[in-house]
Design a protein. Structure first.
Length: 161
C-alpha cells in the first residue's frame, strides 16, 4: 500500500505495506505548475517553498516567542490551531529546512528562519509599505487588447467637472 500526501507544494509517497518485498524508501517531490498542468519534480524532505501551513507555523513561532525562550511543542501546536498531523508535517519541514530547532524541550526560530520570514514578508503582496496609507491596493494588469480609461465625473449637461 502506498500512501500519498501533500503539504503545500511538497508531495510525499510512502510505502506502508508491500507483499513479498521490503518497503521502498520515502519519495519526496515538489509539485510545480507548468502552464495549466502540474509536474512532480524530485526533491528532498525539505523541498518545496515556505508557504501555507509552513509559513503560518513559522510566523506563529516568531510572533509568540522571543529568541531565548521559544515555545513548547504543545503550546506552539495550540496557538497554531492546526490539526496535529498538519502541525507535525509543517514542523518537520521547518526543522529539516533549518528554520526551527528544538532546544531543551522548547522550539526556537533560527537565524535562517528569521531571514526566510523577513524575505517572505518583504515580498508579501498584502503588506502595506510605509509610504502607502490605508489598505493595500491590488491592481489587475490589463489584458492584451483591452483599453482602460480613467473614470471622469460629468455634470448634468455631460461636460467634465
Amino acid at each position: 500500500m502506498i500512501q500519498c500526501s501533500r503539504d503545500a507544494s511538497r508531495v510525499t509517497l510512502e510505502c506502508r505495506k508491500m507483499k513479498d518485498q521490503g518497503a521502498f524508501p520515502m519519495l519526496t517531490m515538489e509539485a510545480r505548475g507548468i502552464g495549466p498542468s502540474v509536474v512532480l519534480v524530485a526533491s528532498g524532505v525539505s523541498g518545496g517553498r515556505l508557504e501555507g501551513q509552513r509559513l503560518l507555523l513559522l510566523r506563529t513561532l516568531s510572533d509568540n516567542s522571543n529568541g531565548a525562550t521559544g515555545l513548547t511543542y504543545s503550546t506552539w501546536e495550540k496557538i497554531s490551531a492546526l490539526k496535529e498531523s498538519s502541525f507535525n508535517k509543517a514542523r518537520e519541514w521547518l526543522r529539516a529546512a533549518g528554520y526551527v530547532v528544538s532546544d531543551a524541550g522548547k522550539w526556537k526560530i533560527t537565524d535562517a528562519g528569521r531571514r526566510a520570514l523577513a524575505a517572505v514578508n518583504s515580498t508579501d503582496s498584502t503588506a502595506t509599505t510605509p509610504i502607502q496609507n490605508g489598505p493595500p491596493v491590488h491592481a489587475t494588469p490589463p489584458r492584451w487588447g483591452s483599453l482602460q480609461t480613467p473614470a471622469v465625473e460629468l455634470d448634468a449637461a455631460g461636460s467634465e467637472r
